[in-house]
Design a protein around this ligand. Structure first.
Ligand SMILES: *[C@@H]1O[C@H](CO)[C@@H](O)[C@H](O)[C@H]1NC(C)=O
Ligand SMILES: *[C@@H]1O[C@H](CO)[C@@H](O)[C@H](O)[C@H]1NC(C)=O
Ligand SMILES: *[C@@H]1O[C@H](CO)[C@@H](O)[C@H](O)[C@H]1NC(C)=O
Ligand SMILES: *[C@@H]1O[C@H](CO)[C@@H](O)[C@H](O)[C@H]1NC(C)=O
Ligand SMILES: *[C@@H]1O[C@H](CO)[C@@H](O)[C@H](O)[C@H]1NC(C)=O
Ligand SMILES: *[C@@H]1O[C@H](CO)[C@@H](O)[C@H](O)[C@H]1NC(C)=O
Ligand SMILES: *[C@@H]1O[C@H](CO)[C@@H](O)[C@H](O)[C@H]1NC(C)=O
Ligand SMILES: *[C@@H]1O[C@H](CO)[C@@H](O)[C@H](O)[C@H]1NC(C)=O
Ligand SMILES: *[C@@H]1O[C@H](CO)[C@@H](O)[C@H](O)[C@H]1NC(C)=O
Ligand SMILES: *[C@@H]1O[C@H](CO)[C@@H](O)[C@H](O)[C@H]1NC(C)=O
Ligand SMILES: *[C@@H]1O[C@H](CO)[C@@H](O)[C@H](O)[C@H]1NC(C)=O
Ligand SMILES: [Cu+2]
Length: 584
């Protein structure tokens, strides 16, 4: 890659900046890793190694990833944050823009990089990215907005000892009625607990912080150093000095840091886990993760900690994009209210508007492209696909009301959105309850929605395709906290043609690439995934039999925690439990 980068520089300096074809051959393979030094486990890696390589290219390049699935299960890759404008099928989420790639099959992802900034690539098949299939994607601008001497990527990751399948079995179980998520065994900066960074005195660094966690949210800071935020999720912002930043799962923040001129002291970088997210806090989980920042690794001491952890005053909604775009009034409002409830299958699920998302039999994008005028009706996408049909070029406002007592990061595929408003409780349309950000609001692709609050986000429906909108906590996505924006089906049918290779992937896995959510034609939806719903009038309903619910929950909750401890070889017999009863 270094060679390639210099080629691009030469091309640029001779006046004909030629876009490159940046090709990665990715055999998706099992291997083992022990990045936290506590437990060696099987992981999903690339070409027999873990971690997978960082992908690096320049805006305007064509990125090609030749995937050969050498696992014994399915896979699919999502390049997080790419608009995929005109190549919607390259987006990656199974059930939305593609069928899963079966074991032994190949598929090539190929698209033009129309954006620049910090992104990441990860599996979008069940919880597979938590097994290690995730890597940073750095797209350099042809002409970066800010100058710096060094460009360093710092992935922040949480780490589980049990496989995601084992985690899902425990999480999506009738023995887990409170929806207690498996808590990671550790977290680290870079790729393992021993990694560190060395600064050259006086130089300016761009640190690309990329939160590749499945669950955890971090606060990042460096003792003795000011951070200047310059990018969130690919959007350049005005330089904004802060002491620390937070990142929810899937968010990215670039900061500029100027190294000191003196080398008599070393410093620690901090990435503190947000403990509000965990229902239980294992007593051996290191919450305040540190990694050394070396100026002098021979003898010097470390400066005293200035870490404020969760006391951070960072607020991403006050950041100011360099490319100015004021908010425009919305044409259509999509009201999404979410909560967690035990459903008819006995499982505690996350859901929008009381309907858990169930993956349709045909990916929604393919339904959109194959169902003629029926693709304009939400019905054709299935009763539990949470499909919202958007008209081409409308300004869309999504209301996200969080009824839950936890924080959740929401990600929209295919777009960045403006974060135009927020407030306490549920947004009922009373605009005076909203704290507004209408003058060049901050834009990004993943937003934190704090407990019992709402946010308002807006985007222009100018990218025909089917775009997933979901909680980026993998456990919650798998349980049903998702919706699909069906953007301009009429225009999509004119502009988009599904490549043969994507049809072949469906066929190879025994799936169809045409038809409605039931894999039938027209509006005959019999057989479409459905029937996992709220329990009508049951004890789990709010305000009814709450006492009985709590007692049963407490008993079952303990059972769930014991069950979880059993699948973790290191945790045998030791658990600390704080049951989170608010969720009932
Ligand atoms: C970290 O360092 C320790 C001590 O030097 C070593 O035993 C361990 O293998 C290292 N772990 C990793 C993941 O590099
Ligand atoms: C991918 O796997 C195939 C088959 O085992 C092998 O021939 C090829 O060299 C591998 N490619 C890479 C980049 O490791
Ligand atoms: C790069 O951007 C800077 C600041 O926006 C501008 O001053 C400079 O002329 C640009 N350089 C090129 C080669 O476009
Ligand atoms: C990454 O995101 C997770 C989930 O939102 C969060 O708990 C964790 O603190 C984040 N990490 C950082 C360094 O911001
Ligand atoms: C380091 O030294 C340079 C040159 O003397 C000076 O301009 C700069 O302000 C100094 N930086 C710091 C962080 O003290
Ligand atoms: C310490 O510095 C030396 C020389 O710069 C370098 O080779 C070595 O990797 C450094 N060690 C650590 C732990 O950073
Ligand atoms: C982590 O840091 C916070 C803030 O400095 C502090 O309140 C807390 O006690 C620390 N926790 C641990 C486990 O060190
Ligand atoms: C779809 O609807 C348009 C406008 O209502 C109509 O002109 C067209 O014939 C319809 N196409 C089909 C295949 O029914
Ligand atoms: C959104 O839906 C919630 C839940 O049904 C409701 O309480 C709220 O008033 C709605 N908001 C708007 C603006 O319609
Ligand atoms: C709207 O909210 C404001 C501030 O909370 C409140 O004073 C006002 O009565 C509300 N208006 C309506 C129509 O509910
Ligand atoms: C997609 O491309 C069209 C032009 O073909 C452009 O008007 C639109 O703004 C783009 N949308 C996104 C989200 O990139
Ligand atoms: Cu969530």
């Amino acid at each position: 890659m270094r060679l390639l980068a210099s080629c691009i520089l030469i091309a640029a300096s001779t006046g004909f900046a030629q876009a490159a074809r940046v090709v990665y051959d990715w055999n998706i393979t099992y291997t083992t890793a022990n990045p936290d030094n506590l437990f060696e486990r099987q992981v999903v890696g690339v070409n027999g190694k873990w971690p997978p390589p960082t992908i690096e290219a320049t805006q305007g390049d064509t990125l090609v990833i030749n995937v050969d699935n050498q696992l014994d299960t399915f896979t699919a890759l999502h390049t997080h944050g790419m608009f995929q404008n005109g190549t919607a099928w390259m987006d990656g989420p199974v059930g939305v823009t593609q069928c899963p790639i079966p074991a032994g099959q190949k598929l090539t992802y190929e698209f033009t990089l129309q954006q620049h900034g910090s992104y990441w690539i990860h599996s979008h098949y069940m919880g597979q990215y938590m097994d290690g299939l995730r890597a940073p994607v750095v797209i350099h601008a042809k002409n970066e907005t800010y100058k710096y001497d060094y460009d360093v990527t710092i992935p922040l990751q949480d780490w589980y000892h049990a496989s995601s399948n084992e985690g899902l079995k425990v999480f999506l179980s009738e023995w887990n009625p409170t929806g207690a998520e498996p808590v990671p065994q550790s977290g680290f900066m870079f790729n393992n607990v021993n990694d560190s960074l060395s600064f050259v005195p006086g130089k300016t660094y761009r640190l690309r912080l990329i939160n590749m966690s499945g669950f955890s949210m971090f606060y990042f800071s460096i003792d003795g150093h000011e951070l200047e935020v310059i990018e969130i999720d690919g959007i350049d912002t005005q330089r904004t000095p802060v002491q620390s930043v937070y990142l929810t799962a899937a968010q990215r923040v670039s900061v500029l840091v100027t190294a000191k001129n003196t080398t008599d002291t070393n410093y620690y970088m901090h990435a503190d886990l947000n403990t509000d997210m965990y229902d239980t806090i294992p007593d051996d989980l290191i919450l305040n993760i540190t990694a050394p920042l070396w100026y002098n690794n021979q003898s010097a001491n470390f400066a005293a900690s200035e870490d404020v952890g969760m006391g951070s005053t960072f607020d991403d909604m006050t950041l100011v994009p360099v490319d100015i775009q004021s908010a425009a009034p919305f044409d259509k409002q999509v009201n999404l209210t979410f909560d967690f409830q035990v459903t008819t299958d006995g499982i505690n699920r996350g859901m929008f508007n009381e309907i858990p998302y169930l993956s349709p039999k045909v990916p929604s994008l393919y339904t959109m492209l194959s169902e003629g005028n029926d693709s304009l009706s939400e019905e054709v996408y299935g009763p539990q696909t949470m499909a919202f049909v958007l008209n081409h070029l409308d300004m869309i406002e999504i209301i996200v009301n969080n009824l839950d007592a936890g924080h959740h990061p929401f990600h929209l595929h295919g777009h960045v959105f403006q974060m135009v408003g927020r407030g306490e409780g549920v947004y009922d349309g009373n605009t005076s309850k909203v704290e507004w950000f209408l003058d060049n609001p901050a834009r990004r692709d993943t937003i934190l929605v704090p407990a019992e609050t709402f946010v308002l986000i807006r985007f222009r429906a100018d990218n025909p395709g089917a775009w997933f909108f979901h909680c980026h906590i993998e456990w919650h996505l798998e349980s049903g906290l998702a919706a699909v924006m069906i953007e301009a089906p009429d225009v999509a049918q004119q502009r988009l043609t599904l490549p043969q290779a994507f049809k072949d992937v469906c066929t190879a896995g025994g799936n169809l690439y045409k038809g409605n959510a039931a894999a039938k034609s027209g509006l005959d939806l019999s057989g479409a995934p459905s029937g996992i719903t709220l329990i009508p009038d049951a004890f789990t309903a709010k305000g009814k039999g709450a006492m009985a619910g709590c007692i049963i929950a407490a008993l079952l909750g303990i059972a769930a925690i014991v069950t979880y401890s059993r699948i973790d070889p290191l945790k045998e017999g030791r658990t600390i439990a704080i049951a989170k009863s608010e969720k009932l």
